[in-house]
Ligand binder design. Sequence first.
Ligand SMILES: *Cc1c(COP(=O)(O)O)cnc(C)c1O
Length: 368
Amino acid sequence: MLKIPFVDLAWQHQVVADDVRTALDSLMSTSAYILGPQVHDFEEEFAEYCGVEYCIGVANGTEALTLAMRALHIGPNDEVLVPTNSFIASASAVLAAGASPVFVDVEEESFLIDLTSAEAALTEHTKAIMPVHLYGRLVNPTEVQDFAEKHGLLIIEDAAQAHGAAFDGERIGARSKVAATSFYPGKNLGAYGDAGAVLTNDLELAEKVRMLRDHGSPKKYVHEILGYNSRLDAIQAAVLRIKLRHLDEWNAHRQHAAAYYYELLASEERVRRPLPAGSENVWHIYPLRVDAAARDTILRTMETDGVGVGIHYPIPIHQQPAMVSTTKTTVSLRVSEAIAPELLSLPIFPGITEQQQDFVVASLRNAL
Ligand SMILES: *Cc1c(COP(=O)(O)O)cnc(C)c1O
């Protein structure tokens, strides 16, 4: 049993447990398990929270990305620019839509998509760019928009790690054609199982995704297009509605914890801290860079101390066995390859205490 887990979902559950039980009892008394009022209400509430017109609840974040691309007619012969420092789903969703991911590098400072690298990876087949708001920090929306306009590309945001994050006050989905997010339990807004959503300001696109998630069906037993069974589960929607009410407070707790780590590690020259990113970063992950030769020993030592640590991500997507044979790499991915063996993520979650963080940092220093 870890003294300090990497994430503490039990803490969150205990905050909402009574409300969740009441909501589930009421759901069960109505038997509205598929779509229905809970899903509808969550979609409205989350769209409003993000400041976006439409939210369509789907089965998980990976399918949210795939459905968004299918709705935009991104498919065979199309290329989508994807940062290689991300979770594999960013790229596998492109393949699932029938298109090809083209990997691009990340910036040395932010570990987020590097638009210079994206420019070098353009071809006549490039149809879209996927900024991934990794770790809870939004990729600069103005820069992405300018880039996309200049090159005639669509923007599909992977916002799985950025619920509540903002850039100049704008949240996920505000500027792009479409954003996709995940409510995997460990995400900032997490369900009690798999769940995801597509966000857009475009009514036609919203209706297309709504059909795609439900067997391509605009009405029962009429199937206009070939779709999926990828609906957001009503039980998950009921849980998400309750947790959404706590999201800002929980994100504020993450921000406080990130600031405290930043301060605790100020004099530690053996680690490189992520940039302090102000009040708009929601710190899904707190990544550090350490010496590559020592990283695995540090990890094991901290785990022995009872500290849950992670690596986000140990293998860039283009080097994953599942990707090597099916994708091609055309530009230098030097930064992603250099940081992968150096990354180390410290525990960060709503409910983490300063005493726990003191212990984490003491364990890290000892391991260094
Ligand atoms: C979690 C995650 C996904 C996939 O979401 P699932 O709900 O697990 O399918 C996609 N992209 C990123 C960056 C993620 O962190």
